[in-house]
Ligand binder design. Structure first.
Ligand SMILES: Cc1cc2nc3c(=O)[nH]c(=O)nc-3n(C[C@H](O)[C@H](O)[C@H](O)COP(=O)(O)OP(=O)(O)OC[C@H]3O[C@@H](n4cnc5c(N)ncnc54)[C@H](O)[C@@H]3O)c2cc1C
Ligand code: FES
Ligand code: FES
Length: 1338
């Protein structure tokens, strides 16, 4: 690239300039890994080629001079050769929507290029930085286990057991096929042949050698980039331009630029300076060049530690511990040590250790060299201790530790890996030789202030003291006095963070005690000094209780087991139904060839669109001034509500008119020649507001309703209510009554592909093509048509691949499409509107936050007699799907329990927050958790085992729900018994109890949770579906239907169905796209029934065609398919048919409170075991067993994939994912940096899924059941296992057991619930004394 612009980042260069769209945009801030590429460089000094993964969204193209970039397209493609990595990922079902898949491929590819036979730990850590919202990671891990240089045969099948002993699961079932385990056939994999890989281009080696002495300069529009060839030149430049930034990894500078729009006019890139890459061992320690990457530092430490006496490596070990969890492998490979030190982020993990370790910075400037200590004053940016503007860090000396040193590293993050610390710390004590008298003590904390802070004064006061319990108490007191954290501190979690300060200190105290004991017991501490006579007695071995506080939780390599029933032995081998067929787009996902909306090539004259959103939660719009925006070069127009020729939305407005009702509401849109110009224009639009009082929380809504419901209009819908039995009588006859409340937070969909739309006006008749990432094409079509005042027949919507949706792309994409369509209509040009991650999260709502109140009457034997539930959801500012969601909560809240006298009332509250919408499970995940909380409350009060209370109250035999729908609970019990058995629940429960008796600070918990999930919708018309099947003269078949591929494998199953119905191989059948032109009026693809209802339509069409071929087939029964088709064509038989499914008959009458609300029920049970760290709240998922009543699975790989993926999304909902809003109603969690979805470190170490055999469902096609959503609620088994562990801790501490734990059960909530002396000693703020950073909106 001759005109490389220093501001241009590789991701956009690849996608927009080179049109290589395999590399995806998922977040733009280095947090998701969708944009991963491999960077290869040649080091002319070491004469080495290095490969590493990198996040292209943070990589300036100028940093790549002389480097080779490999994207997914270069790894393999369907046009050339599919690489074994791509093949195995696809064949092991490691992709669903496929949007994260190229990034996954690239992370593993980069690893394999450097390590031919990596260990499983290396494979897992290579994927630390890659998020997947669909699969639950298990199949991704499976697909790569075959590359591990460890025992192979047993891992190949992706099962926990060795393939040789899988016979255990291969028993013959009484009625169907055999029971099988494993979903792919490793014997089909191509072997990995490293000789087939691209070699590093020799011309780049030559270039690197030749250009060693050349200064490289790139001039951009606003920034100049200079890469000096040597230190001398760098120092000259630094002297001349002291304000110039040095950029190495760009992971700090780049991030600030993206997030805070900081501009750097001159960038120096000191990547070729040998002194800055030095790695050498000296008498004092290791010298590491400032330009060395953190991954390189990790590898150096790993190599060095075994070679050096252990006592010298304590700083190295502490650093290594932090490096194992710091960011993902991409960031570790990009970020430099110098960049880490100088950027001094408050939560950067290495700085506290480097500082307590007394690391020395070797600085250089034109004035000469000098050394400074990397101490607390440097970290605080004190002028006298800082580097000067004309100086650079050349290298860092990380000293060896000494015998009498003790150094520890601590960090606690919201997620164990790839998450910035909430608080981190480095602590060091140095004793006078052979004694326990402190001669030096340093304690530094990150995550408390704007940079790392030191407890310097506290440490000074403790010098000269002995290491004993009194010291600990005093140290805690002093630290809490010195390190203060205001109630309104950025990031919230104030009391938790204060608790971590002392919890870490306590752990350090014990680690040192343990170390002293070890030294004494091994004779290492015994000097001749007389004052230590008592030494061995004072430092006896730690008690079991103390020992349990040591060490951090670490997960092993996850292993999965998938067990399902094979097809009937008599089934034709060509018939794919019931078999684990690979996702129809699996290979295209893995090669990056699947085309998502933003991968569609630019169209002639295309404009980009950026929106201006409200910064107020509730306000009148006084004026919109777009004059400055229109002056921005490239800006073509500004579009507002006035430009909408027809309807500006329905319940919700596409553009705000005279009022805004939430932060993030779209007010107007700027269209320009490029995205950058559109964004620049949007920043210049000036809006004047007149503030109105906002309502943000459910609590305030209820309060206002009670005051005056009509005036405040605070509910979105009327109360929804069902009643069964006589609850007053029930309460009277109960032995006891308990009351309580539960809050459940919302959830972001975090589909990996953000909302995207491309609108192309056609030249004639005002027609328009709308390419959109949606679950509901008809809604897009209708809203666009009505906005443009056109008939729907002019609007053609197209969808091929949607990069994840989970309910979030049902209603919202229509508004984005309207905005783009109005802009296209006004300008007459195509318009592309692709939301950036932060805008997507700001504008769209998510799962409804929930607040529930319960009153439950029960007998002393655990039987629940009566329950009165009041359920509220925070609907946000418009109705959207809130009415349906609250209805489903009311209808489904009983879950698996038969409560004879039950009253449920539900309200959707109206607030000034972005409107919440559908999300996988549609209310049931909240309702189910609420019900289970009541069960736990009863079990706690009666002292009965939780599983016994569950069994006592579970539906048995044929039953009626509260709304009088009949169902049979037989399979609920089968799942329950099977799960108890498969999980070895009782014996493991006993083991957990044993563990807890011995371990005070780490506790385990186990829970088994039953589920009755109702599939589908409570009205027939939602279930209707259409299909169109063409047979071409060559015998090939094109199938289309109204369902949309969201990753759930709908098209794969459709092809399986068409294959069975037409009795032809899968290879004859193709699916092209979902479009409103081929199949009109489709309902949304949702509710777990999208696949089965469209399948019925496809089946119908195929059967019509098969019937039409009857006469031809009977005339030529031995003929081939192609012969029949050719003959049919000759006989003028139509080879095209539409199929239709009217829908399941369902209804709900809210007046009579009766209905056949759902087509059928689905049962499942999950048992999970966890371990928690009571000192920090950290937790790990040890094992999960799920038994699901999937009936006849059309594709066990897809169905198990749905169960696992939904389960992990549930684990996210209930234990990790937290949305924060400011007191003004602005969402603060707007990307993967602040909002944590489960990563690979969050999946259970053992993850077993069993599909219940010999079960059939007469309602759905081929006796199947819809698996899309149900697994999500089973994630609550992890929540309740954690609760069990917390209860064990509380019991031991003598705390009340009838405590409430709200969801999500985060590290913070776990820690604070395990109250102890440390939570007691922290300063508590009086509520309402200052403005918090964030508020609870539920
Ligand atoms: C997604 C993501 C996740 C992360 N997670 C973690 C985490 O879990 N834990 C953690 O500790 N950190 C984390 N980080 C932060 C990361 O450690 C730092 O951003 C990184 O170390 C900075 O290094 P860099 O080379 O990219 O710096 P750059 O962005 O290239 O430069 C940063 C600054 O350092 C200055 N500078 C660089 N080198 C020198 C030198 N030799 N002499 C003088 N000045 C110099 C530059 O002028 C610039 O101001 C994360 C970052 C991202 C983007
Ligand atoms: S897009 Fe680069 S990490 Fe998410
Ligand atoms: S397959 Fe991973 S995000 Fe969809």
């Amino acid at each position: 690239e001759r005109q490389a612009d220093p501001e241009e980042l590789l991701l956009f260069y690849l996608r927009k300039r080179l049109r290589l769209s395999g590399t995806k945009y998922g977040c733009g801030v280095g947090g998701c890994g969708a944009c991963t590429v491999m960077i290869s460089t040649y080091d002319p000094v070491a004469k080495q080629i290095r490969h590493h993964p990198a996040n292209s969204c943070l990589l300036p193209i100028c940093s790549l001079h002389g480097a080779a970039v490999t994207t997914v397209e270069g790894v393999g493609s369907t046009k050339t050769r599919i690489h074994p990595i791509q093949e195995r990922l696809a064949k092991c079902h490691g992709s669903q929507c496929g949007f994260c898949t190229p990034g996954m491929v690239m992370s593993i590819y980069a690893l394999l290029r450097s390590h031919l036979e990596p260990s499983m730990e290396q494979i897992i850590s290579a994927l630390d930085g890659n998020l997947c919202r669909c699969t639950g990671y298990r199949p991704i891990i499976d697909s790569y286990t075959s590359f591990a240089g460890e025992p192979k045969c047993c891992q190949l099948r992706g099962t926990e057991k060795c393939c040789l002993d899988q016979e255990e699961h291969m028993c013959s079932s009484s009625t169907g096929g055999q029971i099988r385990s494993g979903l792919c056939s490793p014997e089909e994999f191509q072997p990995m042949d490293p000789t087939q890989e691209f070699i590093f281009p020799p011309e780049l080696i030559r270039m690197a050698q030749e250009q060693q002495r050349t200064t490289l300069i790139f001039h951009g529009k606003r920034t100049t980039w200079i890469s000096p060839p040597g230190l001398k030149e760098l120092l000259e430049l630094k002297a001349k331009y002291p304000k110039a930034s040095l950029v190495l990894g760009n992971t700090s500078v780049g991030l600030n630029k993206n997030v805070n729009v900081v501009h750097h006019p001159l960038i120096l890139h000191p990547v070729r300076i040998p002194e800055m890459h030095v790695v050498s061992s000296t008498n004092n320690g290791l010298v590491i060049g400032a330009a060395c990457r953190l991954a390189q530092l990790r590898d150096t430490l790993m190599e060095t530690i075994p070679k050096v006496p252990e006592e010298k490596t304590k700083i190295f070990q502490a650093l290594l511990q932090q490096l194992r969890t710091l960011a993902g492998e991409q960031i570790r490979s990009m970020a430099s040590l110098g960049g880490h030190i100088v950027s001094r982020g408050s939560t950067w993990d290495l700085n506290p250790i480097l500082s307590v370790g007394k690391s020395v910075l070797n600085l250089a400037s034109e004035d000469g060299k000098r050394q400074i200590l990397l101490n607390d004053q440097f970290l605080a940016g004190c002028e006298h201790a800082d580097i000067k503007p004309n100086e650079v860090i050349v290298s860092v000396l990380i000293p060896y530790s000494k015998k009498d040193d003790f150094i520890s590293a601590f960090r606690q993050a919201e997620r164990r890996k790839n998450a910035l610390s909430i608080v981190n710390s480095g602590m060091r004590v140095i004793f006078s030789p052979g004694t326990d008298t402190i001669v030096d003590l340093s304690i530094l904390y990150g995550g408390i202030g704007s940079t790392t802070v030191s407890a310097r004064k506290s440490c000074e006061k403790l010098i000269g003291r002995q290491w004993n319990d009194q010291l600990l108490s005093e140290a805690c007191k002093l630290v809490l006095e010195e390190i203060s954290l205001s109630t309104s501190a950025l990031g919230g979690k104030v009391e938790y963070r204060r608790t971590l300060l002392v919890s870490f200190l306590f752990r350090f105290y014990l680690e040192v005690l343990n170390g002293l004991h070890w030294m004494v017991s091994t004779g290492q501490a015994l000097h001749t000094h007389s004052s230590i006579q008592a030494y061995p007695f004072r430092y006896a071995e730690l008690s079991e209780e103390q020992k349990s506080a040591l060490g951090v939780l670490q997960s092993g390599v996850p292993r999965g087991l998938q067990v399902y029933q094979d097809v009937d032995p008599g089934q034709s081998s060509q018939d794919p139904v019931g078999r684990p067929i690979m996702h129809q787009s699996g290979i295209k996902h893995a090669t990056g060839e699947a085309v998502y909306i933003d991968d569609i090539r630019p169209v002639d004259g295309e404009l980009s669109l950026a929106v201006v959103t409200s910064i107020k939660a509730h306000a009148n719009i006084i004026s919109i001034d777009a004059s400055e925006a229109l002056q921005v070069p490239g800006v073509v127009d500004v579009v507002t509500a006035r430009d909408v020729p027809g309807e500006n939305g329905n319940d919700e407005q596409a553009f705000a008119e005279d009022k805004v009702i939430c932060v993030g509401q779209i007010i107007c849109a700027v269209v320009a020649e490029s995205v950058t110009q559109a964004k620049q224009g949007a920043e210049k639009v000036k809006i004047v507001y007149e503030d109105l009082e906002p309502i943000l929380t459910i609590e305030v809504t209820i309060h206002l309703f009670l005051l005056d419901s009509i005036k405040h209009n605070s509910y979105i819908t009327e109360e929804r209510k069902i009643e069964k039995g006589d609850i007053e009588k029930g309460f009277k006859s109960a032995d006891e009554i308990i009351e309580g409340e539960l809050h459940i937070g919302g959830q972001e969909h975090f589909y990996l592909e953000t909302n995207s739309v491309l609108v192309i006006p056609r030249m004639e008749d005002k027609e328009m093509d709308v390419y959109v990432s949606t679950q509901h094409a008809t809604d897009v079509q209708e809203l666009v048509a009505s906005a443009l005042n056109l008939q729907s027949n002019k609007i053609m919507c197209h969808m091929k691949h949607v990069g994840g949706a989970f309910g979030g792309k049902i209603t919202k994409p229509s508004f984005f499409a309207v905005i783009a369509a109005v802009a296209a209509n006004k300008t007459g040009r195509p318009v592309r509107f692709v939301l950036e991650r932060n805008m997507d999260m700001l504008i769209t709502g998510g799962r409804h936050p929930f607040f529930g109140k319960y009153k439950v009457g029960f007998m002393n034997d655990g039987r629940i007699i009566a329950a009165d539930f009041q359920c509220y959801i925070n609907g946000g500012c418009t109705k959207d799907e809130s009415e349906l969601v609250i209805e489903y909560i009311v209808l489904k809240v009983d879950n698996a329990y038969n409560i004879p006298n039950l009253r449920v009332r539900g309200h959707a509250c109206k607030t000034n927050l972005p409107s919440n919408t559908a999300f996988r499970g549609f209310g049931f995940p909240q309702a189910g958790l609420f019900e289970e909380t009541c069960i736990v409350a009863v079990a706690t009060r009666t002292g009965l085992p939780h599983e016994k209370v569950r069994e006592l109250n579970m539906y048995k035999g044929i039953n009626l729900t509260a709304f009088k729908e009949e169902f049979d609970a037989e399979n609920l019990w089968k799942c329950w018994e099977e799960c108890l058995d498969k999980s070895e629940y009782y014996s493991r429960k006993a083991t957990v109890e044993e563990f807890n008796k011995k371990s005070y600070w780490k506790k385990k918990g186990i829970a088994i949770i039953p589920m009755k999930f109702s599939v589908g919708f409570n009205a027939t018309y939602y279930h209707q579906a259409g299909a169109l099947v063409h047979i071409y003269i060559d015998g090939s078949v094109l199938v289309t239907h109204g369902g949309i591929e969201l990753g759930q494998g709908i098209h794969t199953k459709m092809l399986q169905i068409a294959s069975r119905e037409l009795k032809i191989p899968l290879s004859y059948i193709h699916f092209c796209e979902t479009s409103t032109t081929t199949v009109p009026n489709g309902k949304y693809t949702a509710g777990s029934v999208g696949t089965e209802i469209n399948a019925r339509a496809v089946q119908d069409a195929c059967q019509i065609l098969w019937k039409r071929l009857d006469p031809i087939r009977s005339k030529n029964p031995n003929g081939k398919w192609k012969d029949w088709i050719s003959e049919a064509h000759k006989q003028s038989i139509s080879l095209s048919a539409t199929g239709y499914f009217k829908g399941y008959v369902t209804n709900m009458n809210w007046d009579t409170k009766k209905g056949h609300a759902f087509p059928y029920f689905l049962f499942g049970v999950a048992c999970s075991e966890v371990e928690i760290d009571c000192l920090t709240g950290d937790h790990k998922n040890i094992r999960t067993d799920i038994v699901m009543d999937a009936c006849f699975s059309i594709n066990p790989a897809i169905d198990i994939g749905q169960i696992e993926g939904a389960f992990i999304q549930g684990v996210g909902l209930y234990t990790l994912e937290e949305i924060y809003f400011s007191p003004e109603g602005e969402q603060l969690t707007l990307g993967p940096d602040t909002y944590k979805i489960p990563a690979i470190c969050d999946i259970p170490e053992k993850f077993h899924v069993y599909l219940l055999p010999n079960s059939r469902n007469s309602v759905a096609i081929y006796s199947s059941k819809g698996m899309g959503e149900a697994g999500l609620f089973l994630g609550s088994s992890v929540f309740f296992a954690m609760r069990d562990a917390v209860a064990a801790a509380r019991e031991e501490r003598g705390l009340p057991l009838d405590f409430t734990l709200n969801s999500p059960l985060t590290v913070e909530r776990i820690r604070m619930a395990c109250a102890d002396d440390f939570t007691e000693m922290i300063p508590k703020d009086k509520p309402g004394t200052s403005k918090p950073w964030a508020i609870d909106i539920h």
